[in-house]
Structure formats: structure tokens, C-alpha cells
Design a protein around this ligand. Structure first.
Ligand code: SAM
Ligand SMILES: Nc1c(NC[C@H](O)[C@H](O)[C@H](O)CO)[nH]c(=O)[nH]c1=O
Ligand code: TYR
Ligand code: SF4
Length: 356
């Protein structure tokens, strides 16, 4: 089946609907990829961006119990400020321009703790952009102290936080969240936290963690929710489609026992391509996540709607814990080679997609 003309028209106009997305699942995937590639070329040209960054995990302990998470440990660590600064120094020496701070959430990790981390890093490394914390962590720390979200987020921004991550989105469906992460912030609370961040001038990215119990429709609803927020605030920097890593965690083991393994490559590329269709004219940047997709599929994704290769990372404890087998560090020269050998032009960026 080829793509109906009216769907193509709406895709170029930036008015594609959920029904269009569902219909695109039935067309020849290679026609879909070509449409997404054309939309990408019109939106951002042939440049493919990446960021030299380092993930820093401030704690691997967590009060949460997400069924898909193999990262959290019962008896784990909490980094001291000195240990965090040590890792930031190593990152700077390795050429990183961004550090991405994440971790579990705990009662003792209050807003003061997060502000102290940001202030210490910003004081010692003023040129390092801090992409940090998740809506889950900030929503929890704010509610612990009864601080309004906007107050908490503007203080973090004032102390040097550059961007908030768009993680803990998973699938923005409370049906799905009840199954995979019952005690996590709800869809509404994620939206509230993201909008609060955007309202105080703290931009965020958006993620979708898919390939478990959700339907295609729920994936499209998620992306359309992100589009609706973008129409209101315009402050999303990118969407990252993150396939579920099914090993060493409850949700994955239940899936594996039922005979379902991970998402297929075609499915990963269809999601990226349809995300490009749904977000065209609203969010320009779609990240191909090499650490989860693998380097070669991420490279192919560049011809299916993606225009970014994410970060060099240096480490990715989260992906590795759940069975990631693509390594944790992709050096800039290899990232540039992947981009150039796909016939595209590499560009180093920061978390705001500014050239550096
Ligand atoms: C590990 S958490 C750390 C930040 C914070 N605790 C939270 O949950 O938002 C960050 C993100 O990692 C992703 N993640 C965790 N386990 C994963 C898995 N098995 N496969 C893919 N992504 C995963 C989820 O999207 C989650 O929001
Ligand atoms: N896709 C993954 C990311 N992406 C985030 C980027 O590394 C970068 O921080 C962001 O684009 C802002 O510049 N990070 C991970 O650790 N794991 C992923 O799977
Ligand atoms: N590091 C997280 C995801 C992540 C995604 C986007 C970010 O901006 C930051 C972190 C993971 O492995 O799933
Ligand atoms: S995904 Fe985040 S909130 Fe959930 S258990 Fe893991 S660290 Fe905790």
C-alpha cells in the first residue's frame, strides 16, 4: 500500500493526525522511511548533531519500584559532592561539554541536595552545561518539601541547571503506568513538571520508552501529548525514542516468558519515522539512540527521520543494567565516521542544539 496523498499533505503541513499515524503502519515501511527522510531534510537539512557528554549517576538507590528498571540497587551508593566533581573533571578532560545527571529518588535527596550539586558543578566548571535530573526526581523532592514546582525549578536554573531531562515519561498512559511503574509520577504530574520547567525558562527534551505493554495507539497518544505541550510552550529540544531493554527486570522477564523479546528493527524505524511525521513543524530534532538501538540501526535511522546521534555518554549504567550490548562510550571520531559514512554532515552541539 502506498501513502495516501492527503496524509502526505498533512505531514508536510504539520497537521498529521493519530488516524494518519495508524494508517502509516500499513504502508510499505520503505515508503514511510522515505517520507520521514524528506520531512527531516526539509526541516533541518543534512546536518546530523551529537553531543560530547558524560552520564553521572548520583545514586543507584531508589524509593521507586519501576518494573522495567534494573538500574536501582537495594544496597547502593550516593555520590558525595567531591565524587561528583571528580567525575565532572574527568568528563571535562575527555572533552565533554555536557554532563547528564540522573539517579534514583530518595527522601534524603531533597531540593537542597540537588541545588548543592548544581551550584558546586557550576562554580567549579562554569562552561560545562548541566543536563540533569528527571521530572520524577524533581516532582518528588518538591513534594517532600511542599515547594511549588516552578519555585524549585527556577532555583535550580538560577544555580546553574541548564536543561531538565525528559525521562520518566515512559509511556504517557496511566493504563500502562499502572502496570510498569505504579508508584511513579502520573501522566498528569509528568506534564505538570515539564510545563513548570518550560514556564521558568528551563528547556527539556522528551523521551518515549517503548516496546513493553503499550499499544501503537498509546505510543501515538504519547507523541501527540508531547506535540500539544510543544504547541503551548515551544520549549522541547528533541524527542528521544528509547526501546525497552528487557533483561534483568520484572517487566522484561514477564515478556520473555511470554515469548516476546525486544522490539524489531523495523518497528524501531517505523516509530522514528512516524514521530517525524507527527512532530513535523513542531519539534525538529529526533535522536537515534545508538546505545539502545545499536550503532548500525542508529545509522540507518538517520535515513528514516532521525537527525541526531545523541551523546558519547562515557557510561550508561541504566542501559547496561537491563542488558544493553552496544557499549557505553562512542568516541566523537567514531560518531563522526558513522554520520559521514551515511552521507551526512556532523555537527557538535550542546543540550540546546546550539553548535559548539
Ligand atoms: C533510570 S531512570 C533515572 C531517573 C529517574 N529515577 C526516573 O526514573 O526518571 C531514567 C530513565 O531510564 C529509562 N530506563 C530505565 N530502565 C530502562 C530499560 N530497561 N529500558 C529502557 N529505558 C530504561 C527510563 O525511561 C527512565 O525514565
Ligand atoms: N538516548 C539516551 C540518552 N540521550 C541523552 C543524550 O545523551 C543527551 O544527554 C541529550 O540529548 C541532551 O544533550 N542518554 C542516555 O544515557 N541513554 C540513552 O539511551
Ligand atoms: N540515561 C537514560 C535516558 C536519558 C534519556 C534522555 C536524557 O536526556 C537523559 C537520560 C537511559 O539510559 O534510559
Ligand atoms: S526508573 Fe527511575 S524511578 Fe524507576 S526505579 Fe529506576 S531509578 Fe527509580
Amino acid at each position: 500500500m502506498t501513502i495516501p496523498e492527503d496524509i502526505i499533505e498533512r505531514a508536510y503541513k504539520g497537521t498529521a493526525t493519530k488516524e494518519d499515524a495508524i494508517a502509516l503502519l500499513d504502508v510499505n515501511p520503505f515508503e514511510l522511511y522515505t517520507l520521514a527522510d524528506d520531512l527531516r531534510k526539509e526541516a533541518v537539512g543534512d546536518t546530523v548533531t551529537y553531543v560530547t557528554n558524560r552520564n553521572i549517576y548520583i545514586t543507584n538507590m531508589c524509593k521507586g519500584s519501576c518494573g522495567f528498571c534494573a538500574f536501582r540497587e537495594g544496597d547502593g551508593y550516593i555520590l558525595t559532592i567531591e565524587e561528583i566533581l571528580e567525575q565532572v573533571g574527568q568528563a571535562e578532560k575527555a572533552g565533554a561539554v555536557e554532563i547528564c545527571i540522573q539517579g534514583g529518588y530518595l527522601p534524603q535527596l531533597d531540593l537542597e541536595f540537588y541545588n548543592e550539586i548544581v551550584k558546586s558543578i557550576h562554580t567549579s566548571y562554569p562552561n560545562m552545561t548541566i543536563h540533569g535530573f528527571s521530572p520524577m526526581e524533581i516532582h518528588y523532592a518538591s513534594s517532600l518539601s511542599g515547594t511549588p514546582l516552578e519555585d524549585a525549578l527556577s532555583e535550580l536554573k538560577k544555580n546553574g541547571l541548564g536543561t531538565l531531562t525528559g525521562t520518566s515519561a515512559e509511556i504517557l498512559s496511566d493504563r500502562v503506568r499502572k502496570i510498569i511503574c505504579e508508584d511513579k509520577i502520573t501522566t498528569k504530574q509528568w506534564i505538570e513538571t515539564i510545563k513548570a520547567s518550560h514556564n521558568v525558562g528551563l528547556r527539556t527534551n522528551a523521551t518515549i520508552m517503548y516496546g513493553h505493554v503499550e499499544t501503537w495507539e498509546e505510543r501515538f497518544d504519547h507523541i501527540l501529548t508531547v506535540r500539544d505541550i510543544q504547541k503551548e510552550t515551544g520549549a522541547f529540544t528533541e524527542l528521544i525514542t528509547m526501546p525497552f531493554m528487557p533483561y534483568n527486570n520484572r517487566i522484561g522477564e514477564e515478556m520473555l516468558r511470554s515469548g516476546k523479546f525486544m522490539t524489531t528493527g523495523t518497528e524501531d524505524l517505523q516509530l522514528i519515522a512516524i514521530a517525524r511525521v507527527l512532530l513535523n513543524k513542531h519539534i525538529d530534532n529526533l535522536q537515534a539512540c545508538w546505545v539502545k538501538l545499536g550503532k548500525k540501526l542508529a545509522q540507518v535511522a538517520l535515513s528514516c527521520g532521525a537527525n541526531d546521534m545523541g551523546g558519547t555518554l562515557m557510561e550508561d549504567q541504566i542501559t547496561l543494567a537491563s542488558g544493553g550490548s552496544n557499549g557505553e562510550y562512542l568516541p566523537p571520531e567514531e560518531l563522526e565516521w558513522i554520520i559521514k559514512s551515511a552521507g551526512r554532515k556532523p555537527m557538535r552541539r550542546n543540550a540546546l542544539y546550539e553548535e559548539i
